[in-house]
Design a protein around this ligand. Structure first.
Ligand SMILES: Cc1cc2nc3c(=O)[nH]c(=O)nc-3n(C[C@H](O)[C@H](O)[C@H](O)COP(=O)(O)OP(=O)(O)OC[C@H]3O[C@@H](n4cnc5c(N)ncnc54)[C@H](O)[C@@H]3O)c2cc1C
Length: 442
């Protein structure tokens, strides 16, 4: 069986590894338009800050390993431009030689990920204006940052916040410009206010409800113009979101999902026979909302890729769906969320109650305790847990993951009280903050 995979990162290579591990006869070709396979984009902010001293450490497996150890025909600088489902042929170009590429498949996986959105502003081509996606992007940011004093981060989402912290750690004067009314809009406004406080504590300027209109400069970027002001700057990072790389299938009948993703079912099959899709270019089924979404995260890409690979070789596996779990670090804080926010519950017309508290991450009397802000959402009638948000210096990941597990299993807020969670004073209060929140529910 001849398998072709487009995209050589998280989703694509998770699938490739399942195929070669489970089917000794498999003939696997992977086509990657860049020069690097299987690298951790999630680590890029920390490689730029120097926390991870060697960027190559982000590469999980170099392309030679895929070729020599696993027998995959893993190609670099091979860009796919068209797929013909009738003849089961992939077309493209070998970017280094300009040679045309034409390769047939029995089963095809599209794992082309997503790319940063760059709006149509004047000045995006200026030197010192960056987006962050690849190791090469990170190296260019490191170069620009050497000379820069003032840095503007456009976008206050996950990547914007992580990079604002990075630039702050590098001793830059950092400004975040955010079109919306809060940072991290996947949190409720009351919780997001703690993120704003943290930015202020660290001297990071935040401009909310401001829209960038252009980037100015002659050769290098010199200022950012918004609908309210102009800010001098030496470096700009545009981090306002990503869009799926799916243009090359536009001429086919393949069904698209939200935001131009490829619509997949829970076997990672597209609407065209023998073509699968996974990761940031595909939809993710949200088991709470019972609908498909676009939530481009590495955790989903790895799972979906693995499941796609298994289904491609005939081992039936179902993608069980996401519940909206995410975590990130911003300066001294960890920000964790899972499930629905109030806004999402309202959009879905779900009647809900909330319970919020200011807890401590470990026993209140134990040295080194840190504040932990907790917010839980649950269904007014059924009492089913709908979501939770956690912000603090420590203990956030643990609570986020306990709640994510509860959400996966459809537990009620009262059942949270019954969970047998670990306790000793250096690690927790006798009632975990989640249980403290649950006990305050109606
Ligand atoms: C700075 C940063 C921080 C992040 N932090 C986190 C985090 O903390 N947690 C988390 O869960 N996620 C995080 N993510 C997101 C995560 O990295 C992505 O969700 C994940 O990489 C998606 O994997 P993928 O394989 O679907 O797509 P990608 O990683 O985008 O890989 C797709 C590959 O396909 C190639 N390709 C595209 N089009 C073509 C074509 N036409 N022909 C050939 N090749 C093509 C691309 O070059 C690319 O290598 C972060 C992302 C960034 C950029």
């Amino acid at each position: 069986m001849k398998y072709v995979i487009i995209g050589g990162d998280a989703a694509g290579m998770s699938a490739a590894m399942q195929i070669v591990r489970n089917d000794e006869e498999a003939d696997v070709t992977t086509l990657e338009m860049g020069d690097t396979y299987s690298y951790a984009q999630c680590g890029l902010p920390y490689a730029i800050s120097g926390t991870i001293p060697d960027m190559d450490k982000l590469i999980a497996r170099p392309v030679e390993v895929f070729r020599e150890k696993y027998g995959i025909d893993a190609r670099i600088y091979h860009k796919v431009t068209k797929v013909d489902p009738e003849t089961k042929t992939v077309y493209g170009i070998a970017l280094k030689t300009n040679e045309a590429l034409q390769i047939t498949y029995d089963r095809l996986l599209i794992a082309t990920g997503a790319r940063p959105i760059v709006p149509n502003w004047n000045g995006t081509e200026l030197k010192g204006v960056h987006t962050l996606k690849t190791i090469n992007d990170a190296k260019e940011i490191v170069e620009s940052a050497k000379e820069a004093k003032r840095v503007t981060v456009i976008g206050g989402g996950y990547i914007g916040l992580e990079m604002a912290e990075t630039f702050h750690d590098l001793g830059k004067e950092v400004r975040i410009i955010q079109r919306g009314s809060q940072l991290a809009n996947t949190f409720d406004p009351d919780m997001a206010s703690h993120i704003l406080d943290e930015a202020e504590r660290n001297g990071i300027a935040v401009h909310l409800e401001e829209t960038v209109t252009s980037l100015n400069g002659s050769n290098f970027v010199e200022s950012v113009e918004t609908d309210k002001n102009t800010y001098e700057t030496d470096l700009v990072l545009i981090a306002i979101g990503v869009m799926p790389n799916t243009d090359f299938i536009d001429h086919t009948d393949m069904h698209k999902g939200v935001k131009n993703t490829i619509l997949v079912n829970r076997y990672m099959e597209t609407s065209i026979k023998d073509i699968y899709a996974a990761g940031d270019c595909a939809t993710q089924y949200n088991r709470l909302k019972k609908r498909d979404e676009f939530v481009p995260l590495g955790t989903h890409a790895n799972k979906q890729g693995r499941i796609a690979g298994l289904n491609m070789i005939g081992k039936t596996r179902i993608f069980q769906g996401i519940v909206g779990t995410a975590i990130l670090k911003f300066c001294t804080l960890a920000l964790g969320r899972t499930g629905l926010t109030e806004h999402e519950a309202k959009v879905l017309n779900i009647p809900y109650e909330t319970t919020s508290l200011k807890a401590t991450d470990i026993a209140g009397y134990y040295p080194g305790k840190e504040r932990l802000y907790v917010k839980l959402l649950y269904h007014t009638n059924t009492k089913q847990v709908l979501g939770g948000q956690f912000i603090g210096k420590d203990g956030v990941a643990k609570r986020t993951d306990v709640l994510a597990t509860a959400l996966y299993h459809g537990m009620t807020i009262h059942e949270l009280e019954d969970l047998d969670l670990s306790y000793a004073p250096p690690f927790n209060s006798v009632w975990d903050p989640i249980q403290q929140g649950a006990r305050r529910s109606k």
